[in-house]
Write a protein that binds this ligand. Structure first.
Ligand code: GLC
Length: 675
């Protein structure tokens, strides 16, 4: 087997600085190690040395935001496992995924690639995704470490956050996901508290390696290293892609004694250990699904992650004689977001109207795209087309209208300046609504959108996400009732982006001060008592679920919360039940409630299921800067259980009793009259 002593000093420098765009440079002394994006597909290129070479089409799985919206940990595992099979087929040793950055800004262009505004949910789902990828003997590379929560000017912005905010929110999801032992961690482009992540020793060596007990490879985001010697000192092992200046920088720094052979060998060894993981995992790379089976998995995962936001009873849509299918996305669905995660599918979704024909074979389906896309992906309509759409709608019993964002709005390297739907869509939806009240709005976006201008015109709203190859089959199955929708939001949908703490404000982006602290997402809206359009954890079903019989039991340092969920409808369905906690008194202000557990369960019509969820000690603790560690405080914790963060019918509480000597004095213990 290959070993470090086989490498000359020059070959060690090459090992640390990449061979080309996608490969490690092993100088032929260790097996090839190639890596590719991304979160929803294995994106290979014809020439690993050429950024611009042809991208080889492959399966496009749902975006991770869709997987997260499923609240189904098994779905995250199956998603990662499926993509890993494509990696094996393409002799790719590591997948550059999952991206797990917290959705702090609703307008962040990469939110479609990420899991949630909540670090617990993001951590649990990304952990399962990593386990899925690595279960097939392929490495996962979790990214982007850390505080890469916006895209605008990402190579310059300094994300500045205090220690508690970092530990309790922005690093917490990584800490949970690291339990899956990803083969690598990718650092982010941005600066963190002033210093680029790629050369930030506190971030990489202290917070990742030491605090999270991580001894694997840390690699750069592409072209995120500006000072290779400084980054080596920060324990960044692998710079990608190959850049000529890196080799010279290392050589000079070594000759001048700034970096030591010990530091060089430590990083090289971690890279060789990563390659050895590939070699050792060979027995796992067996029994791949066929391409048809992978497509089927894409459909199932898309179905799991779509969210029914509104339904006045029109869905599931009964058999109708005439059905209008409107909007360009019905023909060209937004099945993938833009940027490095963009997958060009070998098995792209069939048009929505064809998938609908399968479930409504007797129905006359009339399609009118209305819009046309220009070369930049902008959609434009013309009055004749709008009038045609009105006539088609007038002749139909119901209308399925597809709108959305697409990669023109949701992409890497840019943020949205608004979360409203494009005005073209708003005007035409309302124009069509004058001729048909039965509008089913299909929203093909993968981050929160402001639907206030079309909400009233719609009888139902299905939020699909960028749901990959199986997207249109999944939409047709949900609309027809063949599948009961079960997705729930993993980010808050506000009435207006102005209600958020973070709004697209490009003036002062050089310093992005995280002054909202731990109060992001629903934590912010709760703290400021701001009403929202669709709360965190919200989603409708064709079933109806009732909660009862809450029990809380201590189990070691954790607590087990058990409750009954009953399906009181006549339709089998899956329910996501959510468990939140509130630390009643604490030395530092804590959110009104924090997600601490969830479960997704299939419950047949009329059945009742007993569900148990573990509240881990780590969910009860919070980071206390004076001790530079997590702190569990004695006192009462309230527990809330229900179907969304605003619908929590079950309430209970438990009391944490820690030895007095472990606790810091609280004001009420101090008798100020004695002073
Ligand atoms: C990109 C992205 C990162 C991706 C890498 C390779 O800029 O930030 O997520 O894996 O470069 O494409």
């Amino acid at each position: 087997m290959f070993k470090l002593s086989d490498f000359t000093l020059e070959e060690k420098f090459k090992l640390l600085t990449g061979k080309n765009v996608w490969e490690v440079d092993t100088s032929g002394k260790a097996p090839k190690f190639e890596m590719h994006d991304g979160p929803n597909g294995c994106k290979c290129f014809e020439d690993n040395a050429n950024w611009q070479s042809r991208i080889i089409p492959t399966h496009c799985y749902p975006a991770l935001s869709v997987i997260s919206n499923s609240w189904n940990e098994e779905a995250a595992f199956l998603d990662g496992e499926g993509i890993a099979m494509d990696c094996v087929d393409n002799d790719t040793q590591m997948l550059l995924a999952p991206g797990v950055n917290i959705k702090r800004s609703l307008a962040c262009g990469r939110n479609f690639e990420y899991f949630s505004e909540d670090p617990y949910l993001a951590g649990k789902m990304s952990k399962k995704f990593i386990e899925g990828v690595q279960s097939k003997g392929v490495g996962a590379c979790i990214k982007h470490f850390a505080l890469n929560n916006s895209e605008y000017d990402r190579l310059n912005v300094s994300a500045n956050a205090d220690e508690r905010t970092m530990h309790d929110i922005y690093l917490r999801n990584f800490r949970i996901a690291m339990e899956a032992k990803p083969w690598a961690v990718m650092c982010s482009y941005n600066r963190v508290n002033g210093v680029f992540a790629s050369e930030n020793k506190d971030l990489l060596d202290n917070k990742l390696r030491k605090e999270m007990n991580y001894d694997g490879v840390i690699m750069s985001d592409w072209c995120a290293v500006f000072n290779r010697a400084k980054s080596l000192k920060a324990t960044l092992d692998l710079q990608m892609p190959y850049e000529e200046h890196a080799y010279a920088q290392l050589k000079k720094a070594y000759e001048d004694g700034f970096i030591t052979m010990e530091e060089i060998d430590a990083s090289c060894q971690r890279i060789l250990d990563m390659i050895k993981k590939w070699v050792d995992a060979a027995p796992l790379r067996t029994a791949p699904l066929t391409h048809d089976e992978r497509y089927e998995r894409c459909v199932r995962l898309a179905e799991e992650g779509m969210i029914l936001l509104k339904n006045d009873g029109i869905l599931p849509l009964k058999k109708v004689d005439n059905l209008a299918v409107l909007g360009l996305f019905a023909k060209l669905p937004a099945y993938s977001g833009g940027g490095s995660a963009r997958v060009f599918s070998k098995y792209p979704p069939k048009p929505l109207y064809d998938e609908l024909k399968k479930v409504y074979p007797e129905t006359n389906i009339m399609f009118e795209g209305i819009f046309h896309e220009d070369e930049a992906g902008n959609v434009n309509n013309n009055l004749a087309k709008v009038n045609k759409a009105q006539r088609v709608a007038y002749a139909a019993d119901a209308v399925i209208f597809t709108v959305g964002t697409g990669e023109i709005e949701e992409s890497e390297a840019r943020d949205r300046f608004t979360i409203k739907l494009r005005p073209q869509f708003v005007s035409v939806v309302n124009a069509v609504a004058k001729y048909n009240k039965n509008i089913i709005l299909v929203v093909e976006a993968s981050s929160a959108v402001d639907l206030s201008e079309v909400e009233d015109a719609a009888s139902a709203i299905l939020f699909t996400g960028f749901a990959g190859d199986g997207m249109n089959e999944a939409i047709a199955n949900i609309i027809s009732g063949k599948v009961n929708p079960s997705g729930k939001t993993t980010e808050t949908f506000p009435y207006s982006i102005e209600d958020c703490y973070v709004t697209p404000d490009l003036e002062n982006y050089y310093y992005d001060d995280y002054t909202d602290g731990v109060f992001i997402g629903y934590r912010h809206f709760d703290k400021c008592d701001i009403p929202v359009r669709y709360e965190f954890g919200y989603g409708l079903s064709y079933s109806e679920f009732k909660y009862s019989n809450l029990e809380i039991k201590k189990s070691g340092d954790d607590y087990i919360v058990s409750y009954d969920v009953e399906n009181v409808s006549d339709v089998d369905g899956k329910e996501v039940s959510e468990v939140y906690i509130k630390d009643v008194f604490s030395l530092l202000p804590r959110p009104e409630k924090e997600l601490a557990g969830f479960s997704k369960d299939f419950i047949k019509a009329g059945e009742k299921k007993r569900v148990s969820v573990k509240i881990e000690k780590s969910s009860l603790e919070y980071y206390l800067p004076p001790i530079k560690d997590y702190y569990l405080e004695s006192g009462d914790f309230e527990v809330y259980v229900g179907g969304s963060s605003k619908d929590l019918p079950l309430k209970g509480k438990f009391t944490v009793e820690m030895p007095h000597y472990t606790q810091f004095t609280v004001n009420s213990e101090v008798d100020i009259d004695t002073f």
